[in-house]
Design a protein. Structure first.
Length: 469
């Protein structure tokens, strides 16, 4: 094609495009002229739609901003309470199974205090399952910071702090502890109160309470007469005030912080196993309340209320993962937190008085059973995905049988064979004197006095005249 022809062709195309553009504009003007105005009803409807969409967008934005602020604030609090001496796990808790050790202490010293309560939680975010293992404080096990000498697991906290307690729990149960929370009893009360209380099954311990006469110590005198009427049982509060918290109704009910602590601590009216079981159920109740929508919205209030009495190794950078985990659990549960399967297991022990490996005095120890520990370790490893899931084909269920809660795997073989102490039990620092008053002796009837012997009449004197010379 020649240069002239090419130029003519381009000019024609340009004219054609210009004409199309003018025609389009004309059609739009004609359409606008014919456009029917909206009726009042249509305008209202359109306004409502725009308003709803705007509110939704604002709500989503505000919700996202609130979550962002909550995460940031929670991260700030964690920076204040983080234990820099304990390693932090790098696990993604919203994606892979993990463990958390809950340590309860009865002292203000957050570093080196007796571990009064120990609960290990194993959580699987994929299956939405958790196992809570209750460990009695007197459990006789190896203490890593004492050259693996066996002692009460509660002593681990006093020997070597949190790191030593974590090592003792790992030795006992055979799984790694990823995270921990350590809280003293006053902090525990604050958390429960910040949650608005928790639902617990309050046991009827009146029979054990009626037989209790105290220890003679300042914290545990004999109960006063006005609290021994048979209608209630009472125990100390978080300030160690004797018999300050009482229960006169039993069964399922919402308890406040002080009441929850009393349920978790009391053991004199039943035993240490009973207390450990209640502690596990308490952690379960608190956990379910915290992952509910109301608990989720109160997380900052909870952290603020207990931050001076709480320690953890969770890093502030991991807060978002824990929030994601909570959101995932909530989204799958709807309004029913019971859809999050939480089971309580318990370390079973047998009580003996003997001189332990780490003590020169006889103490009361709880010696674990081999079979019980092996079964718990197996359950934990399956939940954590460390071993394949196995199914017990011999299991049978009877609706007429009252199965125990928590689940206790029975054992017959002790981890060690103790030599019971042969001396006086009062030689032990653990000794609790029996202050039950002895029955008064029944006075014997006085003997009936015997009649005094009547004096005999003296013989009459003989007549001296009759005496012979």
């Amino acid at each position: 094609m020649s240069q002239g022809n090419l130029e003519n062709s381009l000019e024609q195309e340009t004219v054609t495009e210009t004409k199309k553009t003018k025609d389009d504009r004309g059609r739009r003007r004609d359409r606008d002229k014919k456009k029917v105005p909206l009726s009042k009803k249509q305008k209202i409807k359109r306004g409502i739609i725009i308003g709803v969409v705007s509110v939704l967008l604002l709500s989503i934005g505000a919700g996202a901003f609130y979550v962002w602020c909550t995460i940031n604030h929670a991260g700030d609090v964690l920076n204040q309470i983080k234990d820099t001496n304990t390693n932090t796990s790098d696990k993604k808790v919203n994606e892979e199974p993990f463990t958390v050790l809950f340590i309860g202490i009865d002292e203000d010293d957050m570093d080196n205090s007796l571990a009064d309560s120990l609960i290990l939680a194993a959580v699987n975010p994929k299956t939405k399952q958790a196992d809570l293992v209750s460990i009695p404080r007197d459990t006789y096990t190896q203490i890593p910071c004492e050259n693996n000498a066996r002692d009460k697991i509660t002593h681990s906290g006093a020997y070597g702090g949190t790191t030593c307690t974590i090592g003792a729990v790992e030795n006992l149960l055979g799984v790694k502890v990823d995270f921990y929370f350590k809280i003293n009893f006053k902090g525990f009360v604050s958390i429960v109160d910040a949650l608005g209380g928790v639902e617990m099954d309050v046991p009827d311990l009146r029979e054990g309470y009626a037989a209790w006469e105290g220890t003679g110590e300042i914290d545990f005198p004999a109960p006063p007469a006005d609290k021994r009427d048979g209608s209630q049982w009472c125990d100390v509060d978080s300030w160690r005030t004797p018999y300050a918290v009482c229960f006169d109704t039993f069964g399922k009910q919402v308890v406040n912080g002080e009441e929850a602590l009393t349920l978790a601590r009391t053991r004199h009216y039943d035993n240490d196993q009973g207390r450990s079981a209640r502690q596990a159920e308490m952690i379960k109740a608190i956990a379910k309340k915290m992952i509910s929508f109301d608990g989720f919205m109160k997380i900052n209030e909870i952290l603020e209320s207990a931050k001076d009495m709480l320690r953890t190794n969770i890093d502030s950078s991991q807060v978002a993962d824990f929030f994601t985990l909570a959101q995932n659990l909530l989204s799958g549960m709807g309004d029913n937190v019971d859809n999050f399967a939480m089971r309580t297991l318990q370390v079973e022990t047998a009580g003996y008085l003997f001189v332990g490996e780490a003590s020169s005095q006889p103490l009361y120890y709880g010696v674990p059973y081999v079979e019980n520990l092996a079964a718990i370790t197996n359950e934990l490893k399956m939940l954590l995905g460390l071993t394949p899931l196995s199914i017990d084909t011999t299991f049978s269920y009877n609706v007429n049988v009252d199965y125990p809660v928590p689940l206790i795997y029975k054992g017959s073989t002790l981890t060690v064979t103790p030599t019971p102490y042969q001396g006086d039990s009062s030689d032990s620092p653990d000794y609790v004197p029996d202050t039950t008053p002895s029955e008064p002796e029944t006075p014997t009837e006085p003997e009936t006095p015997t009649e005094p012997e009547k004096p005999t009449d003296p013989e009459p004197p003989t007549d001296p005249g009759t005496e012979s010379n």
